[in-house]
Design a protein around this ligand. Structure first.
Ligand code: COA
Length: 198
């Protein structure tokens, strides 16, 4: 059996992590902007004191998890190249474009009352993926446990996350007694916002 090592996510991991994000989170709106945008986003997140962990097999990154405690401006991560990538992608993926518009409305235009307002004791599990060939081997579960331990160490008492993955939502509800805070329908899927105590 392969030896899986878990380590802090460093700047040098960003390129691979962005590729995994683009590949495994295709359904999400951020992937519409391409890898350079994702790399800039992870770099900005790290620079603002956010953190994550990677899972590696023989030096190859096969999965990662990321926690956001300080938000960044995604607009500042955009370049001309990522906007062109987004426009081309939207033309060939109209459903995802509609999902983008819905997510944009949710994040930027809604009443503040409708938003999930992070409180000081709650941290966001914001990005999480494992490469296809390595899925369902409990790597994800280990990454969640490592994130929870680190969050606890930093004084957080609960985690919230948003996911389109129904199987994963059921897993959080069953294993963590997570509560569903909100349902967010988009054009092609429904995301759930969940919260649990650590
Ligand atoms: C979700 C994901 C990160 C889990 O990592 P993993 O190493 O495959 O997960 P594990 O083997 O540790 O299993 C933990 C839970 O993840 C979910 N999961 C596992 N394999 C999965 C797969 N192939 N597809 C979807 N969800 C999966 C299950 O809920 C599982 O718990 P269960 O088996 O008790 O139902 C991974 O499957 C993945 O990258 N999926 C696509 C991206 C995604 O949905 N990310 C979630 C954030 S939006």
């Amino acid at each position: 059996m392969a030896i899986i090592e878990y380590a802090k996510l460093k700047e040098t991991d960003i390129l691979t992590v962005s590729e995994i994000h683009k590949q495994e989170l295709k359904i999400g709106v951020l992937s519409l902007f391409g890898s350079p945008f994702l790399s800039q986003m992870y770099l900005s997140l790290l620079n603002r004191g956010n953190w994550g962990f990677v899972a590696k097999v023989k030096g190859e990154t096969v999965g990662y998890i990321f926690a956001t405690q300080t938000e960044i401006s995604l607009l500042k991560c955009l370049s001309i190249q990522s906007i062109i990538y987004f426009l081309l992608n939207s033309v060939s993926n109209p459903l995802r474009f509609v999902s983008f518009l819905i997510a944009f409305k949710e994040s930027y235009l809604n009443n503040s009352n409708d938003k999930i307002i992070p409180i000081k004791t709650m941290i966001e599990l914001s990005h999480f993926a494992v490469k296809e060939d390595w899925k369902s081997k409990r790597i994800g579960e280990n990454l969640i446990e490592i994130l929870e331990a680190k969050a606890k160490e930093r004084g957080f008492s609960s985690v919230f996350t948003r996911t389109h993955n129904e199987r994963l939502s059921s897993y959080y509800i069953k294993s963590r007694k997570a509560k569903v805070l909100k349902r967010l329908p988009t054009a092609s899927y429904v995301s759930l916002v969940l919260k649990w105590k650590i």
